[in-house]
Ligand binder design. Sequence first.
Ligand code: NAP
Length: 245
Amino acid sequence: MSSTGKVALITGANKGIGFEIARALGRQGTTVLVGARDEGRGAGAAEKLRAEGLDARFVRLDVTDPGTIEGARRRIEEEFGRLDILVNNAGISGLHGWDVPPSRVSLESVRHVFETNFFGPIALTQALLPLVRKSGGGRIVNVSSGLGSLTLLSDPGYEFYGANLLDYNTSKTALNAFTVSLAKELKEAGIKVNAADPDYVATDLNAHSGTHTTAEGADTPVWLATLADDGPTGGYFNGRRPIPW
Ligand code: NAP
């Protein structure tokens, strides 16, 4: 396999959609940094990808822990001096079941979800941006959800209209707002920032109730991570097509 010479960091890459994003980028010849908060799980995932012939390396990274963010930044700077692709994939659902209405969702759960799904990506992206600027055309992908779209959630015809999860949904709406805002700032620098809805994918997040495979879920994030220079920025996509905010 020929190398793209690119370096990509994927958060939450030890399993689920993140692992599949790492695998797909690795198969293209990109060096993939498998971000994971647990050493055993992360090292195991990187080992599995290496066994497939990919250049995969484990990086310990809990997006809610500034110490591990700084450790990852230092390591990437020392080993590569730049970062070409950042995929903010790590994400969690709330502390309640899926059927607790907004009037009863605890603030604790909202804050908990926001730490990982919103504040984490901001903190990590800000820390790594100097390295992304050193890439000849950086790409930042925020793995959002259709459940972050206020337009879709307001449409009774939307397939997931009933998934009224105040904590999770608002964290993804906020992540979408971060995407728009950062894309605007980085447009002139040639760094593309986009949000991806991977669709309803069978993973631990939904007790494997999703109707799509992780490979299908990884497709749009990988496409956004490898956009050509004339590709879009500041957009929100499902199945490689724009969806409404
Ligand atoms: P998953 O299988 O549960 O994977 C989530 C990943 O995030 C795991 O690797 C997990 O690590 C990691 N993670 C959680 N908190 C973290 C933290 N603080 N720091 C670093 N890593 C952390 O879920 P998934 O379905 O693949 O989800 C990936 C992304 O897709 C999420 O952002 C999710 O919101 C989004 N998404 C999923 C679906 C779907 O249908 N599955 C739909 C729309 C959007 P551990 O193994 O250590 O827990």
